[in-house]
Design a protein around this ligand. Sequence first.
Ligand code: UTP
Length: 294
Amino acid sequence: MTKEVTKAIFPVAGMGTRFLPATKSVPKEIMTLVDRPLIQYAIDEARAAGIKEFIFVTSRGKGALEDYFDHAPQLEQELKKKNKNKLLEVLETTNMESGAIAYIRQHKALGLGHAVWCARRLIADEPFAVILPDDVIAAEKPCLQQMVEAYAETGGNMVAAMEVAPEQTSSYGVLDICEETDPLVKVQGMIEKPDAEDAPSNLAVIGRYILSPSVLENLNHIQSGSGGEIQLTDAIARDIELADNVYGYRFRGQRFDCGSKSGFLQATVAFGLARPELRDDLMGYLQSVTQTDV
Ligand code: UTP
């Protein structure tokens, strides 16, 4: 029987340079899609998957992220006084149980693998999830929940996988596949950011993982790789050599790369159109824009 996955790491220590100057003072994870910050989408997905402990790997300048999860007694009082019950309910979704959140500092941005490694003492000997909040996934059943259900059958390590165009493989970790039983693929190798001609497939890893504690042990020995950073991909790939237990999971849903401006704008439109109270207005505007061909 596989152990239940109850802990998740949210690596949020990156500098978010693609969103400068905004990220000079606002953490990328606090930027909003419609009316909720990216981090709220990630937390909601984790909760739906049964996560109980939320570990943020942060860095200098991420204070707004910590504040976001605090109670706001003054604001709550004001809303109560004015009988704004709907807004109070909205606010409640941001409240976290005492002791459910931990913050760890990554002192230097040495890469995603290093960020995950920074949380090793809080994970100890349990399987854990990793969620990158800038990958936002619209799905009927939340992506991590799909993966947790599949993981109950496979155990080992599981990465969310998605097909990308050949010219995009150099932006992702890419899977070398040996078996396919949709939606699962068995992985025999992983390469970080290969050029199209070196990519073993066009199945890319995106920001959802369920990992075994052995990956943290592997990270103790991983040297910096692609881009001079300590890569999580390399530590997972090491588990293929040691235990042959890595799976890709073709999730059902649409992923938006909210770490890029174009992806963020596309997500804003998609999530806006998904809101009944905004849909007609926004659709009307989009139609007028496409007709006038701005
Ligand atoms: P990105 O590659 O998107 O980097 O990191 P970034 O710094 O957030 O953004 P840009 O490229 O400068 O615009 C992917 C994820 O890994 C985390 C980031 O916070 C993001 O969630 N990360 C990356 C860390 O926590 N630490 C690191 O050293 C690197």
